[in-house]
Design a protein around this ligand. Sequence first.
Ligand SMILES: [Zn+2]
Length: 184
Amino acid sequence: MTDTTDRSAEPWQWDEPTWRGHVERVRAGARLVPPSWPGGARVAVAISFDPDHETIPLRDGETRPGKLAQGEYGARVAVPKILRMLADHRVPASFFMPGVSALLHPDEVEAYAAGGHEIGVHGWIHERNMLLAREDELDLTVRAIETLEKLSGVRPVGIRTPAGTSPTTRWPSSSSSAWSTTRP
Ligand SMILES: [Zn+2]
């Protein structure tokens, strides 16, 4: 949907289709809570991480050592701590990893898989997917799916887009997505 809001108008001047349109665009959709959780649990909690590492500066064409080193720090220091903590508490988690990040840290991908964690799609190079043409966004998503599958041995079924969900964001029709943390 294209946002046709007249930005020179104040919100109190908007007509009903305008303010209603903004709200309807972000409605949560179908209720996903099942009648009961497995084992009679009172609540379900999903824990997830985005190991972006060096892809944020790379996405912006930023190649200075300081910025790239910040990404490496996450991979070298934070991830092992997170994996130890999850193992200590026997908690499975989901890791949404950009394809380039996975290629830079293949051992990390293996560690996620070996720890029983889910590996989900998080773009190719943490691109600003909302600014891309649909074909480019799809192409990068497919590349990311294939890269994560090759490195982990498991085809991802979850996606968290790197930079929001555009009206054209779609999971490739050649793959089936089980779930998304962004609006499909
Ligand atoms: Zn991210």
